[in-house]
Design a protein around this ligand. Structure first.
Ligand SMILES: [Zn+2]
Length: 320
């Protein structure tokens, strides 16, 4: 665990060989950003709390940044350990954060019916296990709220969609540090060994770019994502630029490849082949998140058309 500032700690956990950072705020009220995976609670969160002389029962509020297994999976286990814990997340993410079966169906199998894309069996089983058990959300937030941790210490809630519809970030008004979850993703998720492990997985282009603009306009002194190294000073703006550049690059690749009608699966394969460092096959379901977003953005803009093929699969092509 690293102390980032007075009363602010970064819990350094792990998911699938990648860093997973959770953040602990110890004011007169005690807040935890993200519950991690189901297994993260006993493996990392409880030991981190013990390190500062606390237990799960000392937490007042859990804020889940967004609906993903590595951010919400430990919620049930945490509330088991602390029945008085308040659980908050973005209002639009409440259905998925409170119900892991909805998370599996609506997020990890979102491209199954129309596109025939889904994670491999073994991966899906791991995802279901680490998504944890169902747990009700007490507070659905929409951004603009202020959380008072102490008389002179407030965290401002920001709505930062793009990776999920209800994604939240917290802006510490005392230090001007932003805790951004997975709201901005740079160009890659690196592993603990420094090698590329996962592609960016934003789903909605306009929302993601608006989030980049919002974060830039705040000019945070520090940017703390959940899977990326902390950025400080000009590093904050470099990371925002890197996130935007990746979107632009993917947009170009998607347009160039839709010169012929393609299913989402074929589009993902072709775009992947043209990346500087193509991903292995098992990462293709993860690439589908952003590439589906780009294809749908082109359709919504009238630049591409979407049709359903005879086999029921959706086919995209640039409009003529
Ligand atoms: Zn994540």
């Amino acid at each position: 665990m690293t102390e980032l500032g007075e009363g602010v700690h970064r819990i350094e956990a792990e998911v699938g060989g990648r860093p997973l950072y959770l953040f602990l705020f110890l004011g007169e009220r005690r807040l935890l950003i993200d519950a991690g995976c189901a297994s993260t609670v006993d493996e990392f969160i409880i030991p981190a709390l013990t390190e500062v002389g606390l237990g799960a029962a000392d937490l007042d509020l859990l804020l889940v940044t967004h609906s993903d297994l590595d951010h919400q999976g430990g919620t049930h286990r945490l509330r088991q350990a602390n029945p008085k814990l308040w659980v908050a997340c973005g209002l639009l993410d409440v259905p998925l954060v409170s119900d892991p079966s909805r998370l599996m169906a609506d997020r990890y199998h979102a491209y199954l019916d129309d596109h025939g894309i889904k994670p491999a069996e073994e991966a899906a089983a791991w995802m279901r296990k680490e998504s944890g058990e169902a747990e009700a959300v007490d507070l659905g937030l929409t951004g603009g709220e202020s959380i008072g941790l102490a008389p002179t210490w407030n965290l401002r809630v920001l709505h930062v969609p793009g990776h999920s519809a209800g994604h939240l970030a917290l802006f510490d008004e005392r230090s001007r540090a932003l805790f951004s979850g997975d709201a901005l993703q740079g160009s890659v998720y690196l592993g603990l060994d420094g090698t590329p492990k996962l592609c960016p997985t934003y789903t909605h282009i306009d929302e993601y770019l608006a989030t980049a603009a919002l974060i830039e306009s705040l000019a945070p002194s520090e940017l703390h994502g959940c899977h990326w190294p902390a950025q400080r000073g000009t590093g904050v703006f470099s990371f925002i630029a890197e996130s935007r550049d990746y979107v632009r690059h993917l947009d170009e690749l998607v347009r160039a490849n839709l010169d012929q009608p393609l299913t989402l699966g074929d589009l993902v394969a072709r775009v992947n082949d043209r990346l500087d460092a193509p991903w292995p096959d098992e990462l293709k379901p993860d690439l589908a998140f952003s590439i589906h977003g780009h294809a749908e953005w082109l359709v919504a803009s009238g630049l591409a058309v979407r049709e359903r093929g005879t086999d029921g699969r959706i086919v995209y092509a640039m409009a003529r």
